[in-house]
Design a binder for this molecule. Structure first.
Ligand SMILES: CC(=O)SCCNC(=O)CCNC(=O)[C@H](O)C(C)(C)COP(=O)(O)OP(=O)(O)OC[C@H]1O[C@@H](n2cnc3c(N)ncnc32)[C@H](O)[C@@H]1OP(=O)(O)O
Ligand SMILES: N[C@@H](CCO)C(=O)O
Length: 385
């Protein structure tokens, strides 16, 4: 967490009609702005966050906006806006919001399903309220890239360029399967109670779901390098608490040692086990289970051709939709990404008429877009210059 949280603003709409036809009453969008609108109200850069991110883009993408001449996005030049997606626990309407007209109860699992397109429509409303006339660029990675793609369909007069990172034109079967594995993991926890868990949430289920998500975000090689078969010496994972220094560099290798000589009667834990358990714990501290399931369902619904060019075959419809996106586009893929593999970004770059493709080298897989801020900044900088 940053030392000082930036000011988060809120816009509320009395009745927001979703793509499904359901209505969210008092629909709220939390957003953060850095920089100022220029006189033409057209220097806006819209940042779209990923699955578990918040509107606080400087928290998770700090290197792109550090306010110096080396950062790709200079807040002296751009007015940078990031809105929190519907269903996320970071301020916009979601399962953890109270139901209007019912001051005490939370929506919980009754919060209506929302789509990427719902987010884009409600976020445009926020920009309209701010008087934004056009957008210099919209940027997103992973789920954020899904939003950026949908944003671009407002047309080149409104969205003048786009950056798509580690994302896809439609959620494919592999990514849906990972999401399903996580939903099933959560639902296997008896505390889930169909989402009506109130003050006793399914921490074991959500934690285990985050563990498997982490496997989809990282790689064999990165775990090999970071953890190997190292074990943590005098503590088991039950003793590891957030804030403890359990970095693998400070852990000790037990390989070759007689376990019977171990001072503790607890089984030594593989560093990688401890890491995953810590990630599970960290996630439980910042996320809500109903919100998580909501967001998984939302990314599964993502399909740029849904309801468009229905008279054409899937392939032709995809070609036609992408051809519509005439703006200059920068498409970035991570060669080690096992969740949204490079082939999906290459297909985007091929289908978008005015796209440039870059590979972001990372050993970490999908999470490379968050972990390789410096390299990503170098790729983005020329695009914004
Ligand atoms: C207010 C908010 O929180 S806003 C939302 C913030 N989150 C987002 O924006 C979502 C996107 N972010 C993410 O997915 C992640 O934070 C990432 C990908 C950016 C980085 O993940 P991290 O977990 O920080 O990085 P990494 O994989 O290197 O793990 C480092 C952590 O694991 C701990 N760790 C490392 N090895 C071990 C081990 N063997 N055992 C236990 N813990 C370990 C480190 O001490 C460190 O702990 P810390 O997070 O308390 O400092
Ligand atoms: N680490 C990212 C991965 C999803 O793109 C997140 O938690 O949002």
């Amino acid at each position: 967490m940053p030392d000082k949280l930036p000011t988060q603003f809120y816009t509320t709409i009395d009745e927001f009609v979703l793509e499904s036809g359901e209505i969210i009453f008092d629909a709220t969008v939390a957003f953060i702005i850095k920089g100022r609108l220029d006189i033409l109200r057209s220097n806006v850069v819209v940042i779209c966050h990923a699955l578990s991110g918040s509107a606080d883009f400087e928290d998770w993408w700090s290197l792109l906006f550090s306010g110096n001449e080396k950062a790709a996005l200079d807040p002296e030049r751009f007015c940078i806006i990031c809105c929190n997606c519907l269903g996320s626990p970071y301020g916009s309407s979601s399962p953890v919001s109270s139901k209007p007209g019912d001051g005490t109860a939370f929506y919980g699992p009754s919060f209506p399903k929302t789509t990427i397109r719902d987010d884009v429509r409600i976020q445009k409303y926020v920009l309209d309220q701010l008087g934004v006339r056009s957008i210099h660029s919209v940027i997103g990675a992973s789920m954020g890239g899904m939003l950026a793609l949908e944003w671009s369909l407002f047309g080149e007069d409104y969205v003048r360029s786009l950056v798509l990172i580690a994302t896809t034109a439609r959620q494919g079967p592999w990514a849906i399967a990972w999401a399903e594995n996580q939903r099933a993991t959560i639902k296997a926890d008896a505390k889930y109670r169909e989402g009506f868990y109130t003050d006793d949430p399914p921490v074991a289920g959500l934690g285990a779901a985050r563990m498997s998500a982490m496997l989809s975000y990282r790689t064999h090689k990165s775990f090999d390098k970071r953890f190997g078969r190292r074990r943590l010496l005098a503590r088991s994972v039950e003793d590891v608490r957030p804030g403890d220094n359990v970095n693998p560099c400070t852990s000790m290798s037990l390989e070759g040692m007689s376990l019977s000589g171990h001072r503790s009667n607890k089984q030594p834990t593989f560093a990688v086990q401890s890491y995953l358990r810590y990630q599970a714990e960290k996630f439980n501290e910042r996320f809500d289970t109903n919100c998580y399931i909501h967001l998984l369902d939302k990314i599964d619904s993502h399909d740029i051709i849904r309801g468009r060019y229905e008279n054409l075959s899937d392939g032709d419809a995809m070609e036609a939709v992408l051809r519509q996106i005439q703006q200059p586009a920068l498409v970035v893929g991570i060669p080690t990404d096992g969740l949204y593999p490079l082939s999906e970004q290459l297909a985007l770059a091929k289908g978008l008429p005015n796209a440039t493709f870059y590979a972001l080298e990372s050993e970490d897989g999908h999470d490379g877009f968050l972990l390789e801020g410096k390299k990503l900044n170098c790729i983005l900088k020329p695009f914004f210059n």
